[in-house]
Every structure is written in structure tokens, then in C-alpha cells.
Design a protein around this ligand. Sequence first.
Ligand code: PLP
Length: 354
Amino acid sequence: MLTALDVVGNPSSVHAEGRHARSVLETAREQVARLVNAKPSEIVFTSGATEANNWVLAAGWSEIAVSGAEHDSVLVPARANGARLIELPVTRDGVACVEDLVTKIAPAGASANGGSLVCLQIANNETGVIQPVAEVAELARSLGLRIHADAVQGLGRVPIDMQALDVDFLSLSSHKIGGPKGVGALVVCDGVELRPLIVGGGQERRLRAGTENVAAVAGFGTAAECALRDLSSVARIRNLRDRLEAGVLRITPNAVIVGRGSPRLPNTSCIALAGASAETLVIKLDLAGVAVSAGAACSSGKVGESRVLKAMGLEPELSQSAIRVSLGSETDEKDIEAFVSAWSAIAAASAMAA
Ligand code: PLP
């Protein structure tokens, strides 16, 4: 990124400096495309996944089907854009019902103007529960519907293959894979029409106006390359996550590992403990040097009732206590021991243990 900051040209300029900036951009496009097995020409850089999600949802659909566990950047524009909206329930284990998702939406045709869209995230951001996107896409495809998958939480944690998933649109965010914040992409499958959200310039194949943030995009590209390499450490991370959960359950047997009955991301653990407060747990763990988030924390940092956990049917007492623990590629045994000993100390001090 520092090298890219020194590239003074505008990627849309034809002079040598411009071409240099263009080559930085195109290298990153190839790196990001490789991570999700898409074609570089399908990658459209955006300011992040919020923009990518808003863009797809705002494209003039007549009907949209979404699971109730989607991120707000999908649900809010879905509710706002005047389309007939079908919000579908998820099971107690957090999985969207495949058939419900597509069969409740009339197969009105697959055009972006007035067609039908099905949205399903690859994995949930609060629980890590993996959704059956490939199955939904297959069914939706047979009904002539367009399919959008928010891949933000799954990116770099599970292999994501745009071709195998057979979705039309895929939203990506750089900062979830260790890249800079404020940059992401929408992968738009070749041949699929989507009207731009941001207009007034010919950048990104006329799909997203505005001079590209070359340094941020370069960082995203490098992060994508690292994420692809780090996918090989998935089994190690899962093992560590399982050890963390085993430690928690040993100390507090009444703790609930949310979504444990479903396929989950290897690095995510959503832990709920009736009687505890998520906010207090976050603060106490922070004081012990462990950074976790409250499962229900919204973007303002306040802890409210989690819409996702509520959709899963979790009792308020549990959902208000839920924290999300995320492991990274550099997490090691010592980190797990530190977490478990912090949990043990907090439990002893507050009589959390059953
Ligand atoms: N979708 C999901 C599932 C997320 O978890 C997030 C962010 O946390 C977003 C979308 C928004 O991404 P960004 O921060 O790049 O706008």
C-alpha cells in the first residue's frame, strides 16, 4: 500500500503514470478474483461490502427473498426499495430453509429490471453458521431467479468458488481478510446486467463511477493473496476454536455455543451464557487482553437485542449474553490458554459457573 501511495497517476489516464496506476489496480483485481475463482473482469471495486450489498439490492427488483439472518446492509436496502419482500425464517441452528427461500418467490424472470432476487449470505457474521448457498443457487437458477451471496464473513475462512456456487453477485470486503477498511468489491458474473448505483464516470467498466482508491485496492489485493495462502491453516484454526469451546464448557457447563449443530466457520464461536451480560463480558475480557465482540453489537458499538439470534429463536436472556470470538491465522495455543484462563477468572469472580 505504501508503494501504491507513491503512484501519482490516475488509472484512467493514458500517460505512463496513469498506466502504472492502472497496472497496480489490475494486479489487485487478479488477486481478488483468484481468491473467489472469478474472472478479473467480474470484479468491480467498491467502498466495501455495504456498498456492494446496497448496489445489488437497489437494482430495481420486483421481488426479493432474503433470510432473516442477513446483515443490515442487505436487509435495510431490501426493505427500502419497494420490491415485494419475502423475509424467511432460519432454524434454531441458524440455517435458512433452502426451499422456502426460493419457492416463496414467484419466478418472475431473471432480468435486473423487475426480476426476482434471492439473497443468502455465505456465513453469518454473529454466529459463523454457514448457509447452503450452492443448494439455493441451484434451485433458484432452475426457477430463473438471480442470486446474490454476501461472502464477507466466509472470505478467507472457507474456500469460496464463484463458479462452483453459480451465483450472479458476490459481495466482498477487504477488512475482513486483514486488508484496509473502506474497500471491497462486488463480483458481477459475466453477462449479468446490473445498473450502476454510483454514476457520473466511466470507471470500473462504467459500473461504479469515481476514481479508484488505488492504494486501498492494492492492499485488498495483497490481503486476498495472503488469505488464499492461509486457507491451508483452516484445520489448525478449527482445532483451536474447538479447544476454546471445550474450555468454556468445562468452566461454565451451562454456556451455549450458538449454531453448534450446523456447519460453521472454523474461526468463529458465538458463546451465550444465561445470566451474564455480553457488554460486561466484553469489558472484562478486554481488561484481560482478549478482544471479542458482543454478538449483538451494532455499528454504534452499543449492545442491543440481536436480530439474528432472535430469528434463531434464542431466548432474550441468552441472546443478551452472547459474545463472538474470532480466531485469526496467527492465533496460537497460547492465545487459547489465555482466553480460557481469563474466562475461568471471570467465571470465578462472578459465579457464572453452574
Ligand atoms: N456483510 C456482512 C456479513 C458483514 O459482516 C459486514 C461487516 O461486518 C458487511 C456486510 C459490511 O461490510 P463493510 O464493512 O465492508 O461495509
